[in-house]
Structure formats: structure tokens, C-alpha cells
Design a protein around this ligand. Structure first.
Ligand SMILES: O=C(O)c1ccc[n+]([C@@H]2O[C@H](COP(=O)([O-])O)[C@@H](O)[C@H]2O)c1
Ligand SMILES: Cc1cc2nc[nH]c2cc1C
Length: 802
């Protein structure tokens, strides 16, 4: 198939060469399974504006030799019953030529799912091996290092192949990248971002507040005459930066050596020079050495620890159990840092409108103390497992004081290179580029760089599966004590997880979080559902209260439930667990005009990307899609009709349950909307704006965000399927991260999965949404990864191979 410029695209003639985890229906061949054979690289089918020019990176190793020889060729040789000219079916096991035993449910339209030929040309091996699934500086401990640029593949006009016949590059023929690289790409549609003006941050000290600068501020110097005040010499500056970089919150490895008085004095003096609101210096430091007092405090912390552990999802609680969270008894000195909110009297400068400036000031004293302690070789651990009032009483502190910190201080065996919580896999460091905004919130740019578009940056960081890790996964499966191919689809999933994470065995996808995006739909006015619109908000309250099916399933599998209001019509009260990210209060009626503006679509996609970032940075190793939105199966049907080129009658289902009359109307509503907008599948943002929902757009963002962070995303039902089609139109390689959790009873979902070439793991006629099908599939995915870690090899177990 020629590209827009007439040049031939590799693979396109290979029908639907499906990405990993995919099958493609082609008449005559059953069953179908995902396909992991490496395919040669091809240009990305992504709009050119998604990519910045690739800078030359001298440090990159050129792509090396082919994938282990047995991966692709064996498939071709051993596929049983193949037509002479036929290529092996996708998902054919590279070792045995077998396909998983489970059959794929036949699409409801009667088409039989079949295999597509695999692209079998050897793929170059990914040269770098950083083994880091998270994109923040995998090759360096500095998260703020400048980062690699977007994928070097040349841009390709998506309009040239609007149906995206899935010639997706599965295997990363490129290099491992530091995904925190700022992508200096243009805005997706070139439209300017809305600007918000921000005030300058207030100086916490107020004018002239620093004790060392007590004189009134001099008028600004004439820079043409006087040079500015000097900074520190290079070595001194480096020492200051080093102490900040190497400060750690220490819980392990404390020693009992006493701290000399002069050392502790220097540390407390440093704390006492901290900036403070209105120069009020609201802190006091209570130095505790007594074993009895420390014992009392240890007991208080132990009780709080238990209460916190009980509040955690099981997946997290398991991890938490392994963590040491305080060293009260292991350290010779504990220091309580307090804030006196009354210090300085009622007219304390700067505290008038912001009373919280008093404890903030004491927190700055804590940081000073911490840095000075690090420079002395002293470790500090800040313990916050206390009920503050309980602690005030236990320590006999004056009742008007606030406790800001309880610090455990002592000499240590060593200072870990990374925060202990990172080392334990509890969390990940957020790159600096995620948090620096230029002038207005959302215009992300590091100093000296042009602002970059979040969507473009995310798309630029999505990579195909890593060939080396994929090859290692197949090799390992060959050596595991089981007949080759005996784990069927799970072998494919575990290979996908290896290729995605670039690690073999892959990380076990636990803890996991389901992100439930909630939004309302203007098309509700057309009578396409029998449920009132307010049920969306009511069900959100139910999710947050823990009373919905998704909560029961999440409890069962130990996942966290995270609810995001991206467009609920009504106001939702602030509640723990709810992320208020409303872009607008429901979409407009797509039968009378566009459902959304392009800007709203982009904003909702960004909500999804940010959600992925937050959940992954918080330590989640799998993301699950969920949604809630009365009438959203109408929008899903419209999206699926566009991306599968199927008549609305074949992809419009009964959603929450409707009678024949309402169903006929729903089909006509979808048809009318498509007639009105004539959506162009090559313009995914435009498609979402015309007929999509806010939760669909946010799920697109979650998928892209998850893929860019090399984190698996388990898809739920019909709306997730619709979102995956849109996400693939934006970035075909997004499918490397996607796992179809289940098959919904909605006919559109089957069409979507067929088009995506994804095989669902669970097929139980569910039609609920809210992440339930994805949650049921989670243990299957986790089992696939765990088998790679725990199953013995023929050698190690002394089992004879055949
Ligand atoms: O995920 C599915 O496959 C699915 C199938 C049918 C219904 N739903 C849920 O039901 C709601 C939409 O249904 P409806 O009939 O109001 O369009 C929405 O909240 C979805 O989460 C979800
Ligand atoms: C009760 C109810 C629960 C849901 N969960 C997801 N979509 C839903 C729709 C309804 C109507």
C-alpha cells in the first residue's frame, strides 16, 4: 500500500500484521492468538506534528543483530496445517509452533477469527538495557538529566491509511530511551493553549525577612555599573547541591554511636537559621534521648502503622508489610520540631491571610536540620505515623503547639543512593520536566526549552516491545518445567510484559490501580438509555463509598480504586479517592453539533495522561481502565462504527438494558450523528470532538500515558475498546501496552477487539463497565508474570526434557 507520498510502506501488504496480544479475524483459520514474532521497523503512522526532529545522540549504540534465531523462523517452519504459502498464525509459539488451546470467541456477526501472516523479518535488537520500566532517567540516578528525544521514525501522514490496518512495529528496533526526555514537538492541532496568569509566589519571609539581610532592601542595582552579588565558587556550590542530592530519609542501618554535642549543636544552629514567616521563627526543638520516652513514642507509631495498613488495598498492604517506617528505638536521638502559631503576636507579617505559614516555616527548619545532618554524616528519618494531639499529650507539650516533625537522628552504615521507598519499589521519582510550567500551568518547559505539548511528548515516548527481552522470555519459557506452549495465552502475555518492561522476567504487575473516569453525555436527551443522567454522579458516590461491584472486585484482587471526575454533569463533593478534573459538565448532544471542542478533547486526554503518570509514580505496576457515564454506550458505538467502518446497526448494543424500540432509536441516533459529522478516522482528536465522551478521551490519555511509561494497561469493556481504537489511531505502538481484560456482551466491543486484534482474557457476558472485567483479568496477568519468576527450569529441578 503506498504511503501519502507514494512510497511503499513495509508490511502493509501483510494484511493485518497484528501487534502483540492480538489476533486478527481472517476467514478460514481458527483459533487465533496473539503474535509475538518480531517484525521489521516501519515508519510510524503518527501525524508529523507529534514528533520533533531527532537529535543526534552520540551515546546510543547502533541497533545490533537479529533477534534470537529461533523466534521468527521456527514459527514459519512448525506451524501445523498451514497452507503452503501461508505464514504462521499470530501467537504461534516460537518453540512449538502451537497455538494456545483456548479458542477465541467468534464475533457475533459470525465472522470467524483467524490469523494474519506474521512479518517474520528479523528485527534489530534494542541496544540499551537499563532495565527500568519507568522513564525517569533509567540510565542515570539524576532524574533531571536532559533526556532523549522522540522516536526517530519518520512521520507518516495518517490520512494515507485512515483505517490503520495495523502494520504495527512490535519490536523496538531502536534504543532504550530515557522517557523523561522533553519532546519539543508542536501542539497536536497547532492551537494555542489557554493561558492562566499566576501571581509571583510570595516570599515567605516578607520583605527583608532573612535574618542575615536585616537591613532594608537596597534599590535595584544598576546592572550596567555594578556586577550582581557573587554566588559561590564552583566547588562550594557543588557541595551545597550535593548535600541536597544525597540527603535521604533513613529508616534502616542506623548505629547506636552517640552524637557529640558540638555536632548536634551545629545541626540545630542550621535549623534555627531557616526562613520563617514575618521572621517569626515559630519553631522549638525538643531533643529526646530517654529510652522510656522513645518507647512510648514507638508504641504510638506502631498503632498508627496498623491502622494505615488496614486501610490499604491488599496489593499495597503486602508491599507495606516489608517496609520499615521508623527507627525510634534504633537512634540515639529523636528531635521533635514544633510550630507555635501564636509566636510574634497577632500581627505577624505574612501570617494574616495564611496561618499555615507558621508550620510551613517550621518545615523549612526541618529541611535545614536534615541537610546539615547529612553533611555531618548523620542520618535522619521523619516519622509521621502519629496522631498529632496524642503526641502532644504523650510528650507533655504545651497544648497550643503544633507538632511539625518527629525526627530520628543517628549515624548510619551508609546513605542509600536512591530514596529507600524507591529502592523498595513503593514509588518512583517524577522527572523535573513533569513539574515545571512556563508562565501558565500546563505549558511545560524546562528553562531554556520551548514549551512542549503533553500529548505530543507522551506519544513521542511510546516504543514498541523490546526485541531482546522478548527473545529472553521465549527462551525462558522453553526451559520452564512444563511442556512447551502449555501455558497458552499466558506465555504470550508474559512475553508481552517482558518486551514492554524490557526485563525478563518482567515485574509482577502488582500493585495495580483501576482508574474510573466519569462523565455525562448530552446525547442522553435523545432517549438512548432508560437510566436518568444523575445516576452517573450517584454511582461515583457509590464507588467512593466502596459499595459498587468494582469495589468488591478490587478488594478481591487487591487493587486500588481511583475515581476521576472528568465531566460529570452535577457537582461532586470533595471526597477521599476522588480526583476532581472536570473539563466540562457533560458533553453536548452529538446529534445537534460537536460533543466537545478540540481543546476540551485535548484537555481530557491530558487528564488521562496525568492520571497514568500519578498512578505509576505512586508505584502501581499495572493500570486498569474503568468508566462511568450514563448513555456512554451510544458514544462508544459511534466511535467503534467510525474506526471499524461498520454500520451502526451492527455495533450498537443495549447498554444498561433497553427494549427494542429504544434500541432502534439508539441506532438511528448513532447514524444521525455520523451523518452530521462525517468523522474522519485519520483525525482522532476531531473524531472525539464530534462524537466522543470526556471519559473516552481520558481513557485514550491513560492508554497513551501507560504505554509511554512502559506499564501494562488492562482494558475493560466497550468504552475502553472504543478508546483503544482512538489511541491506536494516534499512536499505533500503544497496543504494546494493551491487554484486553474481557469481552463485553456489547456487540461493538467484539468489533473493536477484532479490529485491534486483541484477544480478551475473560469472557463471561459482563456488560457493566466501571473496570469490572479488567479487575477479573488482573490475577491472570499477574499469574503470567509470576510464573516467569517462580517456575523452576528443567536443569534446576532435575526434570528430564523430552
Ligand atoms: O463496559 C461495557 O461493556 C458496558 C456495557 C453496558 C453498559 N455499561 C455501563 O453502563 C453505562 C452506559 O450504559 P447506557 O445504556 O446508559 O449507555 C456506563 O456507565 C457503562 O459503564 C458498560
Ligand atoms: C446502576 C448502574 C451501575 C453502573 N456501573 C457502570 N455503569 C452503570 C450504570 C448503572 C445504571
Amino acid at each position: 500500500m503506498p504511503d501519502a507520498d507514494g512510497s511503499a510502506q513495509p508490511f502493509v501488504e501483510v494484511q493485518e500484521a497484528p501487534p502483540i496480544g492480538q489476533f486478527v479475524p481472517v476467514d478460514g483459520l481458527v483459533p487465533t492468538t496473539p503474535h509475538l514474532a518480531p517484525t521489521p521497523p516501519r515508519p510510524l503512522s503518527v501525524p508529523p506534528e507529534y514528533f520533533a526532529p531527532e537529535p543526534v545522540d552520540e551515546t546510543r549504540t547502533p541497533a545490533a543483530g537479529p533477534v534470537p534465531a529461533d523466534v521468527a523462523p521456527e514459527q514459519a517452519d512448525t506451524t501445523p496445517g498451514a497452507e503452503p504459502e501461508a505464514q504462521p498464525a499470530p501467537g504461534t509459539h516460537p518453540e512449538t509452533g502451537q497455538q494456545p488451546a483456548a479458542t477465541v470467541p467468534a464475533p457475533r456477526d459470525g465472522a470467524r477469527p483467524t490469523a494474519a501472516p506474521a512479518g517474520t523479518a528479523p528485527a534489530p535488537v534494542d541496544a540499551a538495557e537499563d532495565g527500568t520500566a519507568f522513564p525517569s532517567a533509567p540510565e542515570t540516578t539524576d532524574p533531571d538529566e536532559p533526556m532523549h528525544a522522540p522516536h526517530p521514525a519518520g512521520p507518516t501522514d495518517p490520512a494515507s491509511h485512515p483505517e490503520q490496518p495495523a502494520p504495527v512495529v512490535l519490536v523496538d528496533a531502536d534504543e532504550a530511551e530515557d522517557l523523561s526526555a522533553p519532546a519539543a514537538a508542536a501542539d497536536v492541532d497547532g492551537s494555542p493553549q489557554p493561558l492562566l496568569l499566576m501571581e509571583d509566589p510570595e516570599d515567605p519571609e516578607g520583605p527583608g525577612g532573612d535574618p542575615g539581610l536585616a537591613e532594608p532592601l537596597a534599590p535595584a542595582a544598576d546592572t550596567s555599573v555594578e556586577p550582581p552579588a557573587p554566588g559561590y565558587a564552583d566547588a562550594e556550590r557543588e557541595a551545597v547541591l550535593r548535600v541536597m542530592r544525597e540527603r535521604r530519609d533513613i529508616r534502616n542501618g542506623f548505629r547506636s554511636d552517640p552524637i557529640p554535642h558540638e555536632v548536634l549543636l551545629r545541626v540545630l544552629e542550621a535549623a534555627h537559621t531557616a526562613p520563617s514567616v514575618g521572621h517569626s521563627q515559630p519553631w522549638d526543638f525538643v531533643v529526646i534521648r530517654s529510652a522510656e520516652t522513645r518507647g512510648t513514642m514507638h508504641e504510638l507509631a506502631r498503632r498508627q502503622r496498623e491502622a494505615y495498613a488496614k486501610s490499604l488495598p491488599k496489593g499495597r498492604a503486602k508491599q507495606f508489610k516489608e517496609l520499615k517506617i521508623e527507627a525510634i528505638l534504633d537512634t540515639p536521638v529523636n528531635i521533635v520540631v514544633t510550630a507555635d502559631p501564636t509566636r510574634g503576636g497577632r500581627h505577624t507579617l505574612g501570617r494574616h491571610t495564611q496561618p499555615q505559614m507558621a508550620p510551613y516555616s517550621s518545615a523549612l527548619a526541618v529541611e535545614n536540620l536534615w541537610l546539615a545532618a547529612r553533611a555531618e554524616g548523620l542520618g535522619v528519618g521523619w516519622v509521621s505515623f502519629f496522631d498529632e494531639r496524642e503526641m502532644v499529650r504523650a510528650l507533655g507539650l504545651p497544648e497550643h503547639l503544633e507538632v511539625v516533625a518527629y525526627l530520628c537522628v543517628g549515624y548510619v552504615d551508609e546513605f542509600p543512593e536512591e530514596p529507600e521507598l524507591m529502592q523498595a519499589g513503593w514509588s518512583k521519582r517524577r522527572p523535573l520536566s513533569w513539574v515545571v510550567h512556563e508562565e501558565t500551568y500546563g505549558r511545560r518547559a524546562l528553562p531554556g526549552e520551548d514549551p512542549h505539548d503533553l500529548l505530543a511528548e507522551t506519544v513521542g515516548n511510546i516504543r514498541p516491545l523490546d526485541a531482546k527481552a522478548l527473545g529472553e522470555a521465549w527462551e525462558r519459557q522453553k526451559r520452564m518445567t512444563k511442556p512447551a506452549g502449555a501455558l497458552g495465552m499466558l506465555e504470550i502475555i508474559s512475553a508481552q510484559l517482558s518486551g514492554l518492561s524490557r526485563m525478563c522476567p518482567p515485574p509482577i504487575p502488582e500493585p495495580a490501580a483501576v482508574a474510573i473516569f466519569a462523565g455525562d453525555h448530552g446525547v442522553h436527551a435523545q432517549g438512548v438509555t432508560s437510566w436518568p443522567q444523575e445516576v452517573t454522579a450517584q454511582m461515583v458516590a457509590n464507588f467512593l463509598g466502596g459499595g459498587a461491584v468494582c469495589n468488591a472486585f478490587a478488594n478481591q484482587v487487591g487493587a486500588e480504586v481511583c475515581v476521576i471526575d472528568v465531566g460529570v454533569a452535577g457537582e461532586l463533593p470533595a471526597t477521599p479517592g476522588l480526583l476532581p478534573r472536570k473539563i466540562r459538565a457533560g458533553t453536548a448532544d452529538m446529534t445537534t453539533g460537536p460533543a466537545l471542542t478540540r481543546e476540551e478533547v485535548k484537555a481530557a486526554i491530558e487528564v488521562g495522561i496525568e492520571t497514568a503518570r500519578d498512578l505509576v509514580a505512586a508505584g502501581n505496576k499495572a493500570l486498569l481502565t474503568g468508566e462511568m457515564g450514563i448513555a456512554n454506550t451510544t458514544a462508544s458505538a459511534a466511535l467503534i462504527s467510525v474506526y471499524t467502518d461498520t454500520d451502526p446497526a451492527d455495533v450498537t448494543g443495549r447498554g444498561t438494558g433497553i427494549n427494542d424500540e429504544m434500541h432502534a432509536r439508539k441506532v438511528e441516533v448513532v447514524r444521525r450523528a455520523l451523518d452530521l459529522h462525517q468523522p474522519d478516522p485519520a483525525d482522532p482528536i476531531g473524531v472525539l470532538a464530534a462524537i466522543g465522551g470526556l471519559e473516552h478521551a481520558a481513557m485514550v490519555g491513560l492508554l497513551l500515558g501507560g504505554a509511554s511509561l512502559r506499564t501494562p494497561v488492562i482494558l475493560d469493556g466497550v468504552s475502553a475498546g472504543a478508546a483503544a481504537l482512538v489511541a491506536r489511531a494516534i499512536a499505533p505502538e500503544v497496543l504494546a501496552a494493551c491487554i484486553a481484560g474481557h469481552r463485553s456482551a456489547e456487540p461493538g466491543h467484539v468489533a473493536a477487539l477484532n479490529k485491534l486484534g486483541l484477544r480478551p482474557l475473560v469472557d463471561l457476558d459482563l456488560r457493566l463497565g466501571e473496570g469490572t472485567g479488567a479487575l477479573l483479568a488482573l490475577p491472570v496477568v499477574q499469574s503470567a508474570a509470576r510464573a516467569m519468576h517462580e517456575v523452576a527450569t528443567f536443569d534446576s529441578a532435575g526434570v528430564t526434557e523430552k
